[in-house]
Unconditional design. Structure first.
Length: 171
């Protein structure tokens, strides 16, 4: 009896299809993991930018108000003058959906930060007593501290709050 040897080498069609299906499943799982990692990176980067904007805005306000004399104030704006400069400057916020602005008496304004959910200013005298708003002329003369609270909306719609208190020059 003569035996036929199967000299055919290679894969069957079913083996190739099964291999391709398994390879597709592995690629799908790896791709989903890769997309999750990329989303996490983008989310972290965007929120880090938001925190940097908030810290920069608070630092700028503290620096400006610490060297200046306050001339008027409300809960969402403060007007001040810089030493050796007669121009009046104002930090202001017009409500939800609006940026925090630094404007001057000529009408020009620059955006300090966007994505502002809330901006609050509280004013205090030398003894730490909170002054009523808007500041009267008498209150302006005794304002020695301003507490700044800035709340920004992060990119995941969470709130990030920045607070600082600055000691100002008493007029």
């Amino acid at each position: 009896m003569i035996m036929k040897r199967n000299r055919e080498k290679g894969f069957t069609l079913i083996e190739i299809i099964v291999s391709l299906v398994l390879l597709g499943i592995v690629a799908l799982i790896a791709g989903m993991g890769f997309v999750t990692v990329i989303r996490g990176y983008v989310f972290a980067k965007m929120n880090a930018e938001m925190v940097a904007k908030g810290q920069t805005a608070i630092t700028r306000m503290v620096k400006e108000l610490g060297d200046c004399s306050i001339t008027a104030g409300t809960g969402t704006s403060v007007t001040f003058t810089r030493p050796n400069d007669a121009t009046a400057y104002t930090f202001s916020w017009a409500g939800a959906g609006n940026p925090l602005l630094l404007g001057d008496s000529t009408g020009s304004a620059d955006t300090l930060t966007d994505r502002v959910n809330n901006f609050t200013l509280n004013y205090y005298n030398n003894s730490g007593t909170e002054l009523s708003l808007p500041l009267s002329a008498a209150d302006v003369a005794i304002t020695s501290q301003v507490q700044i609270t800035l709340r920004l909306i992060s990119y995941d719609n969470m709130m990030q709050t920045f607070t600082n208190r600055v000691y100002t020059k008493v007029q």
